[in-house]
Design a protein around this ligand. Sequence first.
Ligand SMILES: *Cc1c(COP(=O)(O)O)cnc(C)c1O
Length: 235
Amino acid sequence: MDITAIQANLCAVRERMAAACRRAGRAPQEVRLIAVSKTVSADVIRLAYEAGQRCFGENRVQDLRQKVASLPADCEWHLIGHLQSNKARTAIDAAAWLQAIDSAALLHRLDQIAAQENRRPLILLQVNVSGESTKSGAAMAEAAALVAAARQCLHVECRGLMTMAPYGAPEAELRGIFGGLRRLRDQLQAESGQPLPELSMGMSGDFEIAIEEGATLVRVGTALFGERQYPVASA
Ligand SMILES: *Cc1c(COP(=O)(O)O)cnc(C)c1O
């Protein structure tokens, strides 16, 4: 991809985000675009950077670390994939946001490491709203306990919730899932007193619906960088 193609894709996605905000009566500044750069080379990410994009998402800690090291320091990195406890230190050092936190044990581990490293990661709790067994994330019924655990942590800051919807699900189902995350957030916020301003939901195929249902962060890869080219395992 060249810079012209990236610029055009960024413009198109931003315009679609703005249109979804208008339909929902929301201000466009309420929703931020995370460019999901997994499998995308640092050179191509740099083109997006030159086109003005600052916020990037990676789902593997190893890739995240390499890309953080090769891009300018004013990028804002989000770990959007599941985090294993043994990679927590690397993740905290590399990313400002950890979006897929789904257990109290992991929260406490992050709190400990953040204290040692003198960092303050921003956390989103991943909730499995759809109930699909293939999706990670805490069950809806566990979310209140997770918020309570996050409130005990002094060195991580819980900012809201994240979810993934089943790929290609019908619109009514997507609205149910995204609206469900928003209602869960409203309820948790009211019950706990913990402000949970961020809702990370929506990907290339469904970010407009997610914005209409209240998303504040959308995670978009394919619509910006094209279909992902996964390395082919050699025989
Ligand atoms: C890959 C990924 C995305 C982006 O998906 P696209 O369909 O390419 O936009 C968003 N969120 C998570 C957690 C991902 O792993």
